[in-house]
Design a protein around this ligand. Structure first.
Ligand code: HEM
Length: 135
């Protein structure tokens, strides 16, 4: 395909200004951060409990639109913590904020304790960032 002229697809949804879903707060999302968390088997219950009673500090951050924690249907696969933002700057402001640290207090404490005990971390995390291409 490289180097050849491709016919434009006029019906492509990427050319539409209107989305095709129901209106929601997430329509304002221009930026998505996905944190992928691998948990050790013994830690998954604790991990899920932390999120059931999460700090919700993030909920008051400007530009924050919502989040989901996704649990894989395949055993042993990582959890995805998906957060939706108006812009990348809103997300960056959260990552550097006291609310980020407050929202991770228990998680970071668990990591610290494991380290002090000379154990492997109960979870590892890796995040990627995305811009919203289409809805
Ligand atoms: C070492 C890195 C990280 C680990 C191990 C980790 C793990 C966790 C855990 C276990 C919680 C639940 C905490 C609780 O309520 O007690 C949490 C909260 C959260 N994490 Fe992380 N996280 C990390 C970094 C990040 C990053 C970089 C992002 C975004 C890309 C993120 C997104 C979130 C969100 C949106 C919440 C909810 C915060 C709130 O309710 O205020 N995390 N994280």
């Amino acid at each position: 395909m490289e180097g050849r002229d491709l016919e434009s697809v006029s019906s492509c949804c990427l050319n539409e200004t209107e989305g095709n879903s129901l209106p929601s707060r997430l329509d304002a999302a221009g930026f998505v951060a996905i944190n992928t968390i691998h948990c050790k088997a013994h830690y998954t219950e604790r991990f899920e409990c932390l999120f059931c009673s999460r700090a919700k500090m993030i909920d008051k951050m400007p530009g924050f639109l919502g989040m989901n924690v996704l649990k894989s249907q395949s055993e042993g696969e990582p959890y995805l913590v998906v957060s939706y933002w108006e812009t990348e700057s809103h997300f960056q402001a959260w990552v550097g904020s006291p609310e980020f640290h407050e929202g991770h207090k228990r998680a970071f404490e668990d990591l610290r304790k494991a380290k002090e005990a000379g154990e492997e971390p109960p979870m590892t995390s890796d995040f990627r960032t995305y811009s919203v291409l289409t809805r």
